[in-house]
Design a protein around this ligand. Sequence first.
Ligand code: ZN
Length: 317
Amino acid sequence: MRADAGRSRWSTTRRSALFGGLCLCCLPTLGRSAEGFDLQEVGPGIFIRRGPDAEATPENDDAIANIGFIVGDRSVLVTESGGSLADGAWLRAEIRKRTDKPISHVVLTHVHPDHCFGAAAFAEDKPVYVGHHALRAALDARGEYYRGRLVEILGADRAGSVVYPTLEVTDGAEVDLGGRAVRFAAHGAAHTNCDLSMRDSASGILFPADLLFVTRIPSLDGSLVGWLKEADRLRAMRATKAVPGHGPRLVDVAPALDDLTRYLTILRDETRKAIVADVPIEKAVRTVAQSERDRWVLFDTYNGRNVTQAFKELEWE
Ligand SMILES: [Zn+2]
């Protein structure tokens, strides 16, 4: 999701839910009963729920990102908190079904609401909330706006609240869960300006969060040129498997990064061409990167916005 995630669309979603006569308090059950909406163990002690390739709706509780947890000998790290208080509470309950070890860390991978609004569900665990050093400022700028939009869709009691990081990663950091360590890397502006990735030492699995989209079209909210650079950095980590922010629970890193890089490169090159040819932005949003249309879910929802973002970044090069 993005900062300008379309006020009218969010409102429409809320309205249609009300017109449908749906009872909000019953909706989580509807969402959770969807096929595949469960945690699977993708590596030893690593449990991941796949988020559907969808936008936030009352039916899905904004549970649209890939979230989960890692169990160490001593404690549990939550890899992503979920998209709402309801989603975070669901995850916490699932953790408690599997282990009674303390939940020591909750990772806030970046500012987008589908990744950080579940954080408040873990308050009673008093975890360390891990985030990029720029996350606090990003939450100051957007947190209440995001909360308001979620309240419109889910209602105040399910939306969640803004939670700030208590461990702010400047460059790198490491957390020991007992028998396994998780290493964090704070990235330069890419998907957003506060992207945090991590890697589990026991399995070697990479958690790039929304620096890696699979199936669902990447959404650009940081820097296009920067994202291509950070994709190279991820590649250089030489992990073979990754849990992307959106898409299948576990993917091969190389082909997934190739797909991401192909889209971002086409977006960059065709936007540059449009700028040089004096194509107005209103036309560019309909023409740039159209060859990618059949390769990504939600292409029509996000590609035009990506072009607008790319245009703003590249027109002053
Ligand atoms: Zn995101």
